[in-house]
Design a protein around this ligand. Sequence first.
Ligand code: HEM
Length: 485
Amino acid sequence: MAKRVLTTESGAPVADNQNSATAGVGGPILLQDQHLLEKLARFNRERIPERVVHARGSGAYGYFEVTDDVTGFTSADFLSSVGKRTETFLRFSTVADSLGGADAVRDPRGFALKFYTDEGNYDLVGNNTPVFFIKDPIKFPDFIHSQKRDPFTGKQEPDNVWDFWAHAPEATHQVTWLMGDRGIPASYRHMNGYGSHTYQWTNAEGEAFFVKYHFKTNQGVRSLSADQAAELVGKDANSHQTDLLQAIERGVNPSWTLHVQVMPAAEAADYRFNPFDLTKVWPHSDYPLQRVGRLVLDRNPDNVFAEVEQAAFSPNNFVPGIGPSPDKMLQGRLFAYADAHRYRLGVNHTHLPVNAPRTAVVDNYGRDGLHATRNGSRHDKNYEPNSYAGPAQTDAALAAPLAIHGWTGTHEAPAHTKDDDFFQAGELFRLMSEDEKGRLVANIAGGLSQVTRDDVIEKNLAHFHAADADYGKRVEEAVRALRED
Ligand code: HEM
């Protein structure tokens, strides 16, 4: 094999990579040492803005294989026949901490999945939790500020975390989930993934359905107790990354089985609570799980920065047959992600290999911008319509239309203003074993008892009381006991 030559960025050979050029043996460095200047300047520019949330993550490639016929519900081509396989890239993440945080912490986990379909990339950007803390995107920046590092102390503050929740009764369900046993997954392989939102599927006949996605781990759900997690973080802050990387390198490929809950669109209007409320699950007794296929991860990225840090997932990347529901949170996210990518990665982030479609052809009139690598051929026109056989719209509807009624305004869904924010939190509590209840209460009390303001504690206690009398009583007693210590 030919000996590899070290070069500058412009391809010229480098004569000395150990000694800078100086004026005389002991003299100052010369401005003409192009290799030194380029090396230092390039190094200064290695970091890009980290994701404003979900900064810390791990990714892997794999495939999705259809195992069951769902063509009655969606015309999406990648779901069109049993046995069909589509390449995927999945990025797992923690939410609140920055890139330098630890993996084994109590926090939801991101489950962002890109399907490289023949009809373009489909991004399903979910979490390991079926619900979320809030139901209106206008609260998201405040919510995240309260969970991330305090601007003065530079660390997460129980005062801020619980103050936000004191003002957000709708968070009680997700808080119960997060403080319970599943709040610290043992690894990324041992947790489920959820689309969380309601999405819309449309079949070839134009019939609409609302769906929720559930990816059930085939490794079994495994979690860590608060003590186990604290010990692990001390030993290996990168425990989830290590686990995923090593499992796939060993050929122990993790997999998940995808199920969906399907609601015929006509049933949404009269459902007993708002089916587009992200703080609630649909009971399986109303809409049972239906199996769709299998997701397998079988290849680690070659370069973490290029493929994981630069990966861009956006909930607005749909394919024909799949579209958004009126879930307000989802609607907010349809804007937020591509905007974040333009800031974090630039307007041409879709040209990067991890984000570019694999088999689908990109052909449009978008042009130029920083770091454009995709150019048309010399005869392509950059405007439309044109007389030169450039790409043209299909006129085929991508999803069934939604009927909309009412006046503009900043209102809650009128039919659902009386929806109870607490009953599903209570149901989750009552489902738990005695041991689980004990750990849940201890986890909540451990955090809540550190809050300095009594009124914030009282408001949070009221939420647990409203969810379930026994739940509220136990949390209250545990908090009081810890504060008296
Ligand atoms: C990442 C915004 C709610 C899951 C992000 C990013 C933004 C964002 C700006 C960083 C994107 C990037 O730089 O690449 C929002 C807003 C929300 C919201 C405004 C509410 C209105 C949610 C919900 C889920 C979720 C409900 C899950 C169901 C994720 C995941 C990532 C992420 C998994 C990381 C994606 C990756 O691995 O690159 N979010 N988010 N987010 N969000 Fe959200």
